[in-house]
Design a protein around this ligand. Sequence first.
Ligand code: MN
Length: 235
Amino acid sequence: MTGFVITPPAVPALAVADSDQVFPLRRVFCVGRNYASHAREMGSDPDREPPFFFTKPADAVVGMDAPLPYPPATQELHHEVELVVALGAGGADVAPERALELVWGYGVGLDLTRRDLQALAKKDGRPWDMAKGFDASAPCSPLLPVRRTGHPAAGRVWLEVNGALRQEGDLDEMIWPVADVIAYLSRFVTLAPGDLIFTGTPSGVGALEPGDRVRGGVDGVAAFELTVAEAAAGR
Ligand code: MN
């Protein structure tokens, strides 16, 4: 082999808090319905379901320092504030009691969702990819290493839009805590350094509009502020 036929894509990466170094991204996994309150608001019975997963492209992860582009092809862009787990080590069939050893650090992210397209996909039994995995669909705060956050098992998860509280929950309400999420996911795929896991959202999801000011966080991990940009011309 003498080289790539096109310029190879850049390695997607996320900022690390208080550091010039960045965290390289491999894959992004998201847990569906991991808080009972959100499962109920989406019409499910939280007591009956094992965790399920969907993915986003690694290059859908963006920082929160620039205005968030309002995506095309939706009338209903929903926020889902979530604890994000960054893996610094990998493995398959990881035991729950060893699972936290894989974690490099934590951040706070938004699992942005085209809720209108997701509803159509659910109705027709189609994939969620275009509802969940669009460009810039995974804004995330700078990551903090475990030595700064520990492994947070409790802490308020919250989100405000234009100063009004929309989402509020606590990490201790997760149906599947982080260790269980990692262990369960590792039964389906071999996890690897650079993988991110969005761990699910509490209730209160709702629509974002161009121009909205969004604040949120997970107490003990990070807080963020970002604005939603105006929709691109012609869309
Ligand atoms: Mn979510």
